[in-house]
Design a protein around this ligand. Structure first.
Ligand SMILES: Cc1ncc(C[n+]2csc(CCOP(=O)(O)OP(=O)(O)O)c2C)c(N)n1
Ligand code: SF4
Ligand SMILES: [Mg+2]
Length: 330
């Protein structure tokens, strides 16, 4: 049975001056300078507002935000185990529903949001998130993707870009490239696999401006279980000066290596349509990061080729690779 609570109206933030002034993730954290994942925390909390409860899986956004006796969280926040993002959100939403049904707390719209990192969500927690997306609870899962297990010193994950150096994939004299998997296509996979999930999106905290806050508001107002995948430059893991975090996010999107879209009731809407706006060479994005310093021209050409294929040949460009009309094998 679907939740009977009223759904908040989606009101688009059109100008930065329309953004709420109140902060619900504020000072008191110890994330690195230039941490884009911290921007994701700040933006979703601001967009969701005070009637929100948050669960956060183990990772940088847990550890750096819970130093002893200090926390940046103004809204109620609970830690959950690495990989338990989906189940913690379902448990929280079920608990609130039961308390409201029994009259223990007043009936009102309370946003339930889980954030999990790329290892915690796309790899370890994918089963729990799949279960959550098949539930009938109002909840939002945000996968903040810094493309590594950052908290434990930058190990490769299923979301790491092809070719990147991590502590588990160091370039060597025998093998220049140790990481040869293409990035897992998490948001599209979850959208395709959960047709009753009404809202799935990809986002960047800062580009285009206000886009992520508006996607958060839209997900919460559409209701049911929803999912957003954010693309978060990480100065420590990607090896660049912290002042370039926003710029790198923008370059990643403009090069088309990270497609930006919403899928609402099965309709794909590009929020940065790299086909119409054109794509900058992926080299401009790669060459600004130390994690790609070992790549030679042919590696960059290979990555460019993969991005070109994604946009020019996929059935749903940048989203889904299946080709309609393919003959069934056998
Ligand atoms: C079950 C389990 N395995 C391993 C760990 C150790 N661990 C803590 S945080 C972390 C990395 C999480 O990576 P991600 O989800 O991408 O978040 P990030 O650290 O990048 O923010 C790991 C492996 C753990 N806490 N629990
Ligand atoms: S290691 Fe990366 S994700 Fe973790 S706090 Fe630092 S910048 Fe943020
Ligand atoms: Mg990570």
């Amino acid at each position: 049975m679907a939740t009977q609570l009223p759904v908040i109206d989606y009101e688009k933030i059109k100008k930065i001056h329309d953004a709420p002034l109140e902060e619900f993730y504020t000072s008191g954290h110890r994330t690195c300078q230039g941490c884009e994942s911290a921007m994701v925390m700040r933006d979703f909390a601001k967009a969701a507002g005070p009637r929100t409860v948050v669960t956060g899986a183990t990772g940088c956004m847990y550890v750096a935000n819970t130093s002893y006796l200090t926390t940046p969280w103004i809204v109620p926040w609970m830690h959950t185990q690495l990989g338990a993002g989906g189940s913690s959100a379902v448990g929280m939403a079920a608990g609130l529903r039961a308390l409201m049904r029994k009259g223990r707390i007043k009936k009102e719209k309370i946003n339930v949001i889980n954030f999990s990192g790329d290892l915690g969500a796309a790899d370890m927690g994918i089963g729990g998130i799949s279960g959550a997306l098949q539930s009938d609870y109002d909840l939002l899962i945000i996968m903040y993707d810094n493309e590594s297990a950052a908290n434990t010193d930058i190990q490769v994950t299923g979301s790491t870009t092809y070719g990147a150096q991590t502590t588990f994939t160091p370039p060597g004299s025998k093998h220049r490239i140790m990481h040869r998997r293409w990035k897992k296509n998490t948001a599209a996979m979850l959208a395709v696999g959960h047709p009753t999930c009404r809202y799935v999106a990809t986002a960047s905290a800062t580009f285009p401006a206000l886009d992520f806050m508006n996607k958060t508001r839209k997900a919460l107002s559409i209701g049911g279980p929803t999912f957003i995948h954010t693309f978060d430059p990480c100065p420590k893991g990607w090896d660049f000066h912290p002042r370039y975090s926003h710029e790198l996010g923008e370059l990643g999107i403009k090069s088309g290596i990270f497609p930006l879209y919403e899928i609402i009731d099965g309709q794909v809407i590009y929020t940065y349509d790299a086909r119409q706006k054109g794509r900058i060479p992926v080299r401009e994005y790669l060459e600004k990061q130390g994690r790609f310093a070992h790549l030679i021209d042919e590696d960059v050409d290979h990555i460019q080729g993969m991005v070109d294929t994604m946009w020019n040949e996929w059935e749903v460009p940048g989203v889904a690779p299946f080709k309609a009309g393919l003959a069934v094998a056998g």
